[in-house]
Write a protein that binds this ligand. Structure first.
Ligand code: ADP
Ligand code: MG
Length: 693
């Protein structure tokens, strides 16, 4: 076995305790340490002058400490001021929060490296809470580092010092550099002018000219993106060439009847997407399609169309939704769309045990049901299908990769469609769903109006409630969303229960108000939602349980309390609960200062646009790819080097190359792809299984 694949705890000088700390830095194996790249470099001999440092930008600087001053700025508030100099000018370093250990390590005359955002304070350059490193050589430093003028600066975690990480990196390289294996074939290195793996690792950690390392960083980002794309390419070609999908025939019986009975005209986007689906379903390969469309764009009817196409050919269809409320709503709207085709047998399958469930399970098995809608209950062991030809998974990102594959595995290669109301930015879609075909409904039904959005501080709450009164008197309905169910000691937030109390006793005593949250029994939640739909409730105070899918066209006002606490896509989803009917709709974002910079940015985006795709791009930019879906099993690979927002160009190149290679050499058997074969299969075989190869 390659020693670089050994647990990091076995590296000399690490052990159990340090290993646990290193794990926090995403370092689990000895080889990971070599991939823990410096986030910056110190040049001890740097001749940069203070007067040349740019204001309001990140910068780093080496100078001598000329003064240390700890003082009381205000009652119980301390401030630490350090002045460093390059021999000509002075730079002020300031800490408002610090421990004594920090003060103790400074001495006048020490050489110190600092970095941070340079600001101006009363005409003088200042860095508040800088990163620092004292450069005087101490015993704990290896001779190797003492002799260098350029030192790498690593990301750290509490309990691990810079010196320790540097020494460990050096040791790992010294002991095992001969075990570093190349991970990209010669022809790819050549194509992009990348250096071999060993040399590039050496340079990234130890080079005295780190400004030349840009292409090395690019290599590592590229490599990560490229291997993911290899897997996606294999998945896609695997499904395409199997030709084991159902070949349905468009018989125009149920489907045409549906089309003729619709109370509206399909949008041209819906028509186009239906054509794409029909093309897939009538071909011999298994459909594997992601259907994206903003909230209210009309994905449901498109799905029903596909179901009826399967049914015309004698096959069952399944629709899986993440929550019972949503499953029920789908059941209701499907029943509505199909009410003049009573021959079509639809059922709802819920979790747990309830009266009548056994009969439903039996009918699913014997083929006496045509369309089955349900929650996770559909993928339980006790469910056996007769012959499923089409599967749709709604809000698919709320299911794990594994769960999504189950319905496909339970049945014989049904045509698959994944629905998403969260528009997914292109770079993310290519990374997570790069093996799927994508259809986009990029057009809302014509009667929709944009939702007028306002941003108010919490002290305006009363005024907003007063304004909204007029809307309620006109007969429309209101949602009010709070981040918490009940009062919390830990967080000082307005909660749904408290607001419900205030509204029903003081502000809207004349209206019918209800409270809805996730801790209520499903039956109660459902009856409240049903009452709201039937206009028996004027104002619904709720947590984010109403976030997805709920469709009440008569609701025209959405008030979001503590809007600063919600993610951008979530805000957009919530706003999408209104504006579903013909009346003008309003969304009030109520914020409780202080608001972070990110929070401000999110809110301004909400005011600027109603376009789900634009919002999703922005959300990805602000939050980063890791948090975008919020679920760990979403299938989003965790990258050490690559950043799909920053590296979009690289991603495109990696994708084109990977698809070309797989098209030529599906199993990576050719001689020139030997390296790819050796690296790819041990790492990705498990994931391929997960993707239901
Ligand atoms: P989503 O894409 O959010 O799932 P739905 O399928 O729930 O959207 O559709 C939202 C509403 O718009 C539903 O009430 C549906 O009946 C209606 N709808 C769908 N397509 C059209 C259309 N082409 N014209 C008018 N209304 C439509
Ligand atoms: Mg929907």
């Amino acid at each position: 076995m390659n020693p670089l694949e050994n647990d990091i705890k076995f590296l000399k000088g690490v052990g159990e305790h340090r290993a646990r700390l290193l794990n926090k830095l995403n370092i689990f194996y000895i080889g990971d340490l070599l991939e823990h790249f410096p986030r910056d470099y110190i040049n001890r001999k740097s001749a940069v002058k203070i007067r040349d440092l740019p204001f309001n930008e990140y910068c780093s600087f080496v100078g001598k400490i000329v003064s240390i001053e700890k003082r009381h700025a205000a009652a119980r508030k301390q401030q630490l001021n350090l002045v460093i100099s390059d021999g000509e000018d002075f730079l002020f370093l300031t800490w408002f929060k610090f421990g004594n250990w920090l003060v103790k390590q400074f001495e006048i005359g020490q050489q110190i490296w600092v970095s941070g955002i340079l600001t101006e304070f009363r005409g003088a350059p200042q860095i508040v809470h800088p990163q620092i490193e004292i450069l005087d050589d101490s015993d704990s430093k290896l001779d190797f580092w003492k002799e260098r003028s350029v030192l790498p600066v690593y990301r750290l975690t509490d309990g691990i010092s810079m010196t320790v990480v540097r020494n460990l990196v050096y040791k790992a390289f010294e002991l095992y550099s001969n075990n570093i294996e190349e991970t990209l074939p010669e022809y790819i290195l050549k194509k992009y002018n990348f250096e071999p793996r060993k040399i590039s690792l050496q340079k990234i950690h130890f080079s005295q000219h780190p400004q030349k390392n840009e292409n090395i960083k690019k290599r590592y980002s590229f490599e990560e993106l490229f291997y993911t794309q290899l897997m996606l390419a294999r998945s896609k070609y695997h499904h395409q060439k199997k030709e084991n999908g159902h070949v349905f025939e468009l018989k125009k019986t149920f489907t045409t009847k549906l089309k003729n009975s619709l109370p509206f005209e399909l949008t041209s986007a819906q028509k186009r997407v239906i054509r794409e689906i029909v093309e897939d379903m009538t071909s011999s390969r298994q459909m594997n399609r992601l259907l994206q469309g903003d909230v209210g764009s009309g994905k449901t009817i498109v799905t029903v169309f596909a179901m009826l196409l399967a049914l015309e050919n004698g096959f069952q269809s399944v629709l899986m939704a993440p929550t019972e409320i949503l499953a029920e709503q789908h059941f209701n709207s499907l029943s509505h769309f199909l009410k003049n085709q009573p021959a079509i047998r639809i059922a709802l399958l819920k979790g747990g045990n309830y009266k009548g469930k056994t009969q439903i399970l039996e009918k699913i098995k014997t083929g006496e049901l045509d369309i089955i809608i349900g929650t996770h209950a559909l993928i339980q062991k006790d469910v056996e299908f007769f012959n499923v030809g089409f599967v749709a998974i709604d809000e698919q990102h709320r299911f794990g990769v594994e769960q999504r594959a189950v319905l496909s595995r339970k049945n014989k290669h049904p045509d698959l469609m994944y629905l998403s109301a969260t528009p997914i930015p292109r770079s993310l879609a290519l990374t997570v769903y790069g093996d799927l075909d994508v259809s986009v409904i990029d057009e809302l039904p014509p009667n929709r109006k944009t939702i007028k959005t306002f941003w108010h501080n919490s002290e305006k709450n009363v005024i907003v409630f007063e304004k909204v009164k007029k809307q309620i008197l006109k007969g429309t309905q209101v949602y009010i969303v709070c981040p918490l169910i009940e009062e919390s000691e830990k967080m000082d937030l307005l909660d749904a229960e408290t607001l419900y109390e205030i509204l029903s006793t003081k502000i809207y005593p004349e209206f019918k108000i209800a409270l809805l949250h996730g801790r209520m029994k499903t039956a109660i939640k459902d009856s409240i939602m049903q009452d709201f739909k039937n206009k028996k409730i004027d104002v619904l105070v709720s947590t984010t349980v109403i976030e997805v899918g709920i469709d009440v066209p008569n609701a025209t006002v959405m008030i979001i309390q503590h809007a600063e606490r919600f993610g951008l896509s979530q805000l957009h989803q919530l706003r999408g609960r209104v504006g579903r009917g013909a009346d003008k709709s309003y969304c009030y974002l109520i914020v409780y200062p202080p608001i972070s910079e990110d929070g401000r940015e999110r809110l301004s985006v909400m005011l600027e646009t109603n376009d789900g795709f634009k919002i999703a791009e922005k959300d990805l930019e602000i939050r980063g790819p890791g948090d975008f879906f919020g679920t760990e099993q979403s299938g989003m690979p965790i990258y050490r080097h690559a950043n799909i927002v920053r590296d979009q160009m690289l991603l495109k190149q990696a994708r084109v190359l990977a698809f070309d290679i797989i098209e030529d050499d599906f199993d990576l058997k050719s001689e020139k792809n030997e390296t790819l074969n050796r690296v790819y299969f041990p790492k990705f075989l498990r994931r391929e299984k997960l993707f239901d190869f």
